[in-house]
Ligand binder design. Sequence first.
Ligand SMILES: Cc1cc2nc3c(=O)[nH]c(=O)nc-3n(C[C@H](O)[C@H](O)[C@H](O)COP(=O)(O)OP(=O)(O)OC[C@H]3O[C@@H](n4cnc5c(N)ncnc54)[C@H](O)[C@@H]3O)c2cc1C
Length: 469
Amino acid sequence: MNAMSTIQAKSQAAVPTKKARRVPTPRIWPVTANDMYALLIGNAVLILAMWVRHGGLAELATTSGIFTAAGEISALYGTYLILIQLVLMSRSPWLDQVFGQDKINAAHRWVGFGAIWLLVGHAILTTVGYAMGIGAGPVDEFLTLLGTYPYVLWSAVALVLFIVVGFSSVRAVRRNASYETWYFIHLYTYLAIALAFLHQLFVGVDFATDRIAQAYWIGLYVLAFGSLLVFRFGQPIVVSLRHGLRVANVVEEAPGIASIYLTGRNLDQLPVRAGQWFRLRFLTREGWYRAHPFSISAAPNGRFLRFTIKELGDYTAKLQRIPIGTGVFVEGPYGALTGAARTRARVLLVAGGIGITPLRSLLEELPASRGNLTLIYRASGPEDVVFKREIDELASLRGATIHYLVGRRGSPEMPDDPLDPRSLRKLVPDIGDRDVYVCGPVGMTNRVLATMKRLRIPDRQVHYERFAF
Ligand SMILES: Cc1cc2nc3c(=O)[nH]c(=O)nc-3n(C[C@H](O)[C@H](O)[C@H](O)COP(=O)(O)OP(=O)(O)OC[C@H]3O[C@@H](n4cnc5c(N)ncnc54)[C@H](O)[C@@H]3O)c2cc1C
């Protein structure tokens, strides 16, 4: 029995037993990281040029003017970073393709903190600059600005909201709050942006009197919000309506781990690659407002999408018993952990625990000839190894090599770290000549990435996904 027929045997009731069909792959966008950096830097230069055109340099003649100028510049770049944040949050396919979600998340974090510091800097520097200019105290000046300048009170409220959002993202706070709390606090960002917008247009010295500058600034907002609307809302609505996905079957793979099969209309026209993931929103009364990310755990076949989900918290616990027939709203596919990222003929897949899901689908889809494809599957105990039969069958079918590394680190059966440089090189001597795909819990993924650095594997050969935001 081969791997495909194993799947069919398990899900026969819901999934018709037809051959896999060829599925289109997501479009490859003709953009590179350098194009993105050029666009970012180009706009940053334009913003500075706009400030100079409006007489910014003349302000530098006095101490109060220097403070005011620094306040203006921090406002312009703070807002620019907020707009970049919107684009980073938009889930644009070209950003996803060029950087991958992991790097986007890291950028989102640091751009966010940068923006908040600049906006706080704007409030302080401008108040001090104005106060020095008229010989007033900074606190009095601050109260005057709040009470008399149009929209300043609104933007002060916006700044407080930005600070609350930033505070909720500080690691120590984030660790102690649920994902949902953190997410809902983040929604205040939109209110903050709306509150601050009029302040910039009607009080900002660069926009109040210059129509061209105003049009440029509004254009940046339209671009940022446009990508958000198109990719975050438009594309998922179109895909979900077109394919009408429903739960077709739920199969227990191991205690606390279930595979959910989704079927729908024209799935052979849904562009997706092995290794990618979707945000799934199961349309039940208690769950419709929550979308969680899950990777496909079988290569796309035009007939069903399979997700394999480990019970980790309240939501994933409920999914183990999701009723057959439940409608599913999908966002995606996302992720750059795909065959498109490959640079070498040989590939090493390194999976940790439930991080096997995208790598299991890659094991099925990546081109294989004898010796080309190796999977290392790390798990704490035998109960954490899923798909063992499928993986063994795929391996013999495709000539892949599989190493199961099962046991707790430091236990008698596994005293050393099996993913340290020496052990990995022993297991896969030609590792330097392979693309390495890594997926697993954050700690394990970070350890493997550190090993790759110590083995001097070039970054372009290392592809990874962490199962956490
Ligand atoms: C790109 C990606 C692909 C993934 N693929 C799989 C997979 O194939 N199989 C699998 O079992 N798990 C996968 N996960 C992990 C899975 O999304 C979480 O385990 C699940 O969302 C936890 O939800 P919970 O409410 O049950 O647990 P909780 O205890 O509430 O959350 C546990 C952790 O999961 C993360 N998380 C929770 N809710 C969300 C959310 N809405 N969006 C993003 N992250 C969230 C947070 O880091 C949180 O600390 C993937 C995660 C990512 C980022």
